[in-house]
Ligand binder design. Sequence first.
Ligand SMILES: [Fe+2]
Ligand SMILES: [Fe+2]
Length: 205
Amino acid sequence: MKRKLREYDRRYPAILDDAKPHLVEGRAVDLGHTLDALEVLLDLFKLDPQLKASHRILIPSVIFHDCGWSKVPKNMLPGSYGDVKEDNPGKIIHQEQGAGIARRILKKHSYPEDCIEEVSFIVSVHDKPEEYKKHALAGIVAEIDKLVRYKPTLFWGLINDGTFKNREERVAFLEKGLGKWFTKPEFRQKAASLLEERKREQGKP
Ligand SMILES: [Fe+2]
Ligand SMILES: [Fe+2]
């Protein structure tokens, strides 16, 4: 991952390193989920040169989007994933805190000021559909965030931690999501094919 990131900007590996303690401090799945999301983003860059041209915004936005969970009181963490519990105050807190963490770390790495503003804005709205739908790059980050729910880390992670009772309940939740989370057909198709893979899997520790 670091080698791939360095191809875009030599600062990215060190920025990811600075984000990591926050991703470890937050929810158990945050680091794995963020690395999954980065992988999806870099794959997307290979297919879409226009998106690749926005890597200065998209890469740090994905790295920092969930860093703010490190600042959310621990008693708000259980059941906080996705839209399982809409009224969890952690949903708002992690977006605001994440924006501050992004700003501080990016400044430390002398990141361009205008990019810092846009990245921290995206982090502050990535879980607010009424906001991210108005901003093209925020919409991309939000949909990648949903897409990785269909990858093994979050699929099995949230069964193993008790957020979902079993595979059937998890599959039903994600099947419903196919119809409401994606505006881009290619994201919806990718999510559907990942879900088919999860249905065939025998379970993961
Ligand atoms: Fe989030
Ligand atoms: Fe996320």
